[in-house]
Design a binder for this molecule. Sequence first.
Ligand code: ATP
Ligand code: MG
Length: 310
Amino acid sequence: MILQAENVIKRYQNQLALDYFSMSINEGEVIGLLGPNGAGKTTFIKTLIGLLSIDEGEINVFGIKQDGKNKDIRRQIGYVTQEITIYEEMTAKENLAFFGSLYGLKKEKLDRRILEVAEIIGLKDKLNQKAGHFSGGMKRRLNIGCALLHEPKLLILDEPTVGIDPQSRNYILEFVRKAHETGMTILYTSHYIEEVEAVASRVLIMDQGHPIAEGTLRELIERIKGDSHLLIDVRIGSEEVREKLQALPDVKEVALNDNQYHVIVPGGVIVIDRIIPILSSQGIVNINSKQPNLEDVFLTLTGKQLRDEV
Ligand SMILES: Nc1ncnc2c1ncn2[C@@H]1O[C@H](COP(=O)(O)OP(=O)(O)OP(=O)(O)O)[C@@H](O)[C@H]1O
Ligand SMILES: [Mg+2]
């Protein structure tokens, strides 16, 4: 067992950020921690690393109780923070050397690891260039490299692909897949469902500081498999009409995204004859049914869409 967190409560003054949050990570897993903005993902990471104290509950990392004092835990974790943390005025190599030395790597071992890591993050040809001249995606890759030098037992990536180019994003996702194959244990947070679907061997969905559902992708989708999902495009959607649809008996959830209503009903229930009269004034453009995915798990369980809040 790499991590075991039980009923963790964390408050920032009056704000409850973790609300009886529990999760575990087994060795060799890539666990996708999925939750919308403000769900508590970064807060949980900081508590497990020992950067933040908890108010109640217990966290054990590598079998050691996390009380913020034990340096052995931190030494075996590679933490890629949500904000990129590298030194822009230093070259890629100098950055790697600096972070490696923080973890006690020296001389030959450090040189060897710098080359190995540069290869992994695809920056071998750029080692002598200043990090400040890199694109956002290259900076992120360097940032990940800095967390890999000491060969951590647990790698934590906190929304590593936000705001970077598609090529670097694919590079990072590919890196995670390969790292999984080599047996590395990874905690990957994101609010992008497709990413978590692509890389995670197990998924934990959280909202408002609390775990909502946990399992493999297949298990989570199985939970909602019985439901039917209707996608109805109209010319102009409205919140008022969404509420009317939501109020229909048998309708589980209705979300409105641009001009598309997403209606979830239990399998076998026919609602379309009741929906059409409500939507007729909005100009129905298209009606489709679809296979449920992870996004629908979130919508079904929370009644919310997993999207960026503006
Ligand atoms: N230092 C702080 N002081 C007060 N409240 C905080 C602090 N840090 C986070 N919060 C609040 O705690 C809650 C959880 O925040 P957290 O950053 O852990 O969420 P998150 O899931 O990482 O979100 P995001 O996807 O935006 O990174 C939010 O309501 C946030 O506003
Ligand atoms: Mg965060």
